[in-house]
Design a protein around this ligand. Structure first.
Ligand code: FAD
Length: 406
């Protein structure tokens, strides 16, 4: 168990945040800057693999807010790499270019997630939060006779600790461990999208700064060059998204099948070939389906980031949403706690502030679903393939508002 502050013996907190990804770090930074006593709990000491991910230009101001001024020095901040736009082969075989040059910032970012997440955590500690790494959330129980609302059990490989908190935040990503412990589950599956990722390397030049998207009969491809350390090798990530229950998913999980599917792509395979790329490492899989909780918040707890709602990577909004909702959650929790300094009531949906957060989550979900269905609906080919049939059917259904499923 490791702490980045000497006061780890403290076990009483205003807010305990479970999960120190972008959502957890952003929530912690916001609350700690208000002077709240914040404990940020992260299961991993060093993360396993993370994909290189893209941030659109409209997310840059938020990144600056949490990581400082990156203007003119994107390369010097660990894990950041400027991107020029998107090239998508979607509605037709003809590539469509969206150039970030014409946006306010003029560029987007590709981030190396390990470094990006670490920089955010480090800023949370600088803002005054206490970070415990290598520590897992185990359980939580309501306390009746104290000014604290929660008794939490967290554990590392070697010990278990008890902590008390006035407010509890679930930032544990798609696993939503706190919400599940409270009996709040994700609404039944929206889709079964799964991502199969393969890294490639080449010794030559690749100055392509465009994110590549390509529709395929059984799903869609994503590729971009990765921000790298100073080395002779350049790396590129290639990801196939398809539904986990389709036969093609079994193929994509194995090297031979992945290569075969990739060879059938009309733009990404030729791009790799032209630069002399070779695959390296093994294929990694990750769930990429749309997911949202039955409830986003309750008495003295809320879910933020992917724990509350997780998006299809086609949206490229996951991290932007994690930072944005982390900031909003931090403000609303601070106002709610300030409104009832000792009280135990008023930290649920009867609080105007918590209610506002809940409303924002509902609106975000409705907007996301509308946009997702619209984009899938603009791809007219392969209408006899299940991957596209499923999405076309969804696009034709009237929108089920997030509030309808509660
Ligand atoms: C294939 C794929 C591609 C993507 N591409 C993009 C992209 O290009 N652009 C983009 O913006 N987004 C992308 N996303 C989405 C993005 O990765 C997520 O939206 C983002 O990571 C959400 O941040 P978060 O902090 O909510 O959750 P996470 O980043 O998942 O962080 C959750 C943290 O909680 C910790 N945790 C979990 N359980 C416990 C526990 N019991 N105790 C303590 N800690 C715990 C985890 O270790 C983790 O560090 C992609 C997602 C996928 C699957």
């Amino acid at each position: 168990m490791s702490s980045t502050r000497p006061d780890q013996a403290n076990t009483a907190w205003d807010v305990v945040i479970i999960g120190a990804g972008p959502a957890g770090a952003a929530t912690a930074i916001t609350l700690a800057k208000f002077g709240q006593r914040v404990l940020l709990v992260e299961e991993r000491v060093t993360a396993a693999f993370k994909l290189g991910e893209s941030l659109p230009p409209n997310a840059i101001s938020l990144v600056k807010h949490f990581l400082g001024d990156i203007e003119g020095s994107a390369q010097s901040i660990p894990g950041l790499f400027r991107t020029a736009g998107n090239i998508s082969v979607w509605a037709t075989e003809q590539p469509e270019v969206t150039d970030f040059f014409f946006t306010l910032t003029g560029f987007g970012l590709n981030v190396e997630r390990l470094a990006f997440d670490e920089a955010l955590r480090s800023n949370a500690v600088t803002a005054g939060a206490t970070l415990l790494k290598g520590v897992r959330f185990e359980s939580c129980a309501r306390i009746a006779d104290s000014s604290f609302n929660w008794q939490l059990r967290i554990s590392s490989d070697t010990q278990t600790q008890q902590h008390r908190a006035r407010y509890l935040v679930d930032c544990s990503g798609r696993r939503a461990v706190v919400a599940r412990a409270l009996g709040i589950l994700p609404v039944p599956e929206h889709d079964r999208l799964f991502a199969y990722a393969q890294w490639f390397s080449c010794a030559g030049d690749d100055d392509d700064r465009y994110t590549r998207i390509e529709a395929a009969p059984h799903g869609w491809w994503y590729s971009n060059r990765l921000p790298g350390e100073e080395s002779d090798e350049i790396k590129r990530l290639v990801v196939l998204h398809s539904d986990k229950d389709l036969p093609v998913a079994k193929m994509a999980a194995r090297q031979q099948g992945f290569d075969q599917l990739l060879n059938e792509s009309t733009h990404i395979a030729p791009l790799l070939k032209s630069k002399g790329y070779r695959s390296c490492g093994t294929i990694r899989g990750a769930p990429a389906n749309s997911q949202r909780l039955q409830r986003f918040c309750g008495d003295a707890w809320m879910a933020v980031g992917d724990a509350a709602q997780a998006y299809d990577p086609l949206s490229s909004q996951g991290m932007d949403k994690a930072l944005k909702t982390g900031s909003h959650a931090g403000h609303m929790i601070h106002y709610a706690l300030t409104d009832c300094p000792q009280g135990k009531d008023g930290l649920g949906s009867s609080s105007t502030f918590i209610h506002q957060y809940n409303e924002q989550q509902h609106q975000l979900w409705d907007t996301y679903v509308t946009q997702r269905d619209y984009f899938y609906g603009t791809q007219p080919r392969w209408s006899d393939h299940p991957f596209w049939q499923r999405r076309r059917q969804k696009a034709q259904r009237p929108l089920a508002r997030a509030s309808d499923v509660i």
